[in-house]
Design a protein around this ligand. Structure first.
Ligand code: COA
Length: 328
């Protein structure tokens, strides 16, 4: 066990101004507000406008997190960004964020783990702190999924939105504070359930574009079952490993995948819905950005306070799944 803790010193989030409502989508594909709300809980999502991109959202969230932590960009030892819709194929989005913050030698890199991306990023930042190497690490989840969404496919276009969230992790002399537990998992056999194909196997060209494979493809019903099962297992694992009872947990901040998935898992676990922070109605699924946006909103709404125990769970393409437990 490390002699250090990795505490959350500040949080921030940013979403674009532009709203895409269910009524807007019903003018684009054969769907309607009632179906979308009933099946997903989503009422609207935010999408970027011209001039906005994953790095601009990430930088805006990062500035707020730095301000909340009371530190300057120059105090950062590392920047890690979880994203699957980065600024470019390369360089990494984290490099663009570092430059926008005025930094010119701070290490910066991205992590790709889809909807589990933020928890993979968090655990990476925590490991650098607990190893004793770094004191201040900025971890970000940022996505512009509207750029990868097929707005002719009603089975997927209703789900996704854009946004970014960031946390400043700081070294603490108390190893029992901050992120006290995390587990990360992956099973690449399930890659076809959820994917976006452009890359070395499917280079961008006519064959790819003819099948509209420049966009995300999902098998919603299969992902649904996977998500409910993992959600429960991840919560049970977190409680067992940290020797916590359900009543010890102040708040669960889940990946915002689908209101029904969250309701169903919370019900099966015997937990009241007041224990889950949900904002999917406003933003849809923002993949790696969903947990840090929700976490920041909960902090700013006074729903996360010193001494609280917070459990985060995520699952997504890869397949990947992950959890984290924080003692504030
Ligand atoms: N509007 C109206 N009808 C729609 C629709 C839409 N936007 N999308 C699908 N339908 C139709 C289907 O065509 C199907 O019609 P049919 O019965 O005539 O064949 C019917 O609704 C049911 O489709 P189904 O896909 O079984 O619905 P569902 O209850 O599973 O809900 C999702 C679909 C996508 C909302 C749900 O499966 C889900 O949230 N899955 C996980 C989401 C995900 O993958 N997130 C990303 C990874 S974390």
């Amino acid at each position: 066990m490390s002699q250090y803790g990795a505490i959350i010193a500040g949080t921030g989030s940013f979403v674009p101004e532009k709203r895409l409502t269910n009524d807007d989508l019903s003018k684009m594909v054969d769907t309607n507000d009632e179906w979308i709300v009933q099946r997903t809980g989503i009422r609207e999502r935010r999408v970027v406008s011209e001039g906005e991109s994953t790095a601009t959202l990430a930088t805006a969230a990062a500035r707020k997190a730095l301000e909340a932590a009371g530190i300057e960009p120059k105090d950062l030892d590392l920047i890690v960004c979880g994203t699957i819709s980065g600024e470019m194929v390369f360089p990494s989005t984290a490099c663009f964020v570092a430059a926008a913050l005025g930094l010119n030698s701070t290490p910066a890199f991205d992590i790709s783990a889809a909807c589990s991306g933020f928890l993979y990023t968090l655990q990476t930042g925590v490991s650098f702190i607990k190893s004793g190497l770094y004191r201040n690490v900025l971890v970000i989840g940022a996505e512009t999924l509207s750029r990868l969404t097929d707005y002719t496919d009603r089975g997927s276009c209703i789900l996704f939105g854009d946004g970014a969230g960031a946390l400043v992790l700081q070294r603490s002399p108390d190893p029992k504070l901050g992120v006290i537990y995390s587990s990360l998992h992956a099973d690449g056999h399930g890659w076809e359930m959820l994917c976006c194909k452009p890359g070395s196997r499917h280079p961008i060209g006519e064959a790819l574009l003819a099948e509209r494979n420049q966009y995300m493809k999902i098998r919603g019903r299969e992902v649904y079952k996977f998500a409910v099962q993992r959600f429960e297992e991840l919560i049970e694992d977190a409680l067992r490993k940290c020797e916590l009872k359900p009543e010890d947990v102040s708040l669960i901040v889940p990946h915002q995948v689908n209101q029904r998935i969250i309701d169903s898992a919370m019900h099966k676990l015997g937990l009241g819905m007041e224990k889950a922070y949900v904002n999917i109605d406003k933003y849809g699924n923002t993949s790696a950005a969903s947990i840090p946006i929700a976490f920041d909103e909960a902090v700013r709404a006074g729903k996360i306070n010193p001494g609280d125990v917070i459990v985060m769970v995520a699952f997504g393409a890869g397949l990947t799944w992950a959890n984290a437990v924080v003692r504030m």
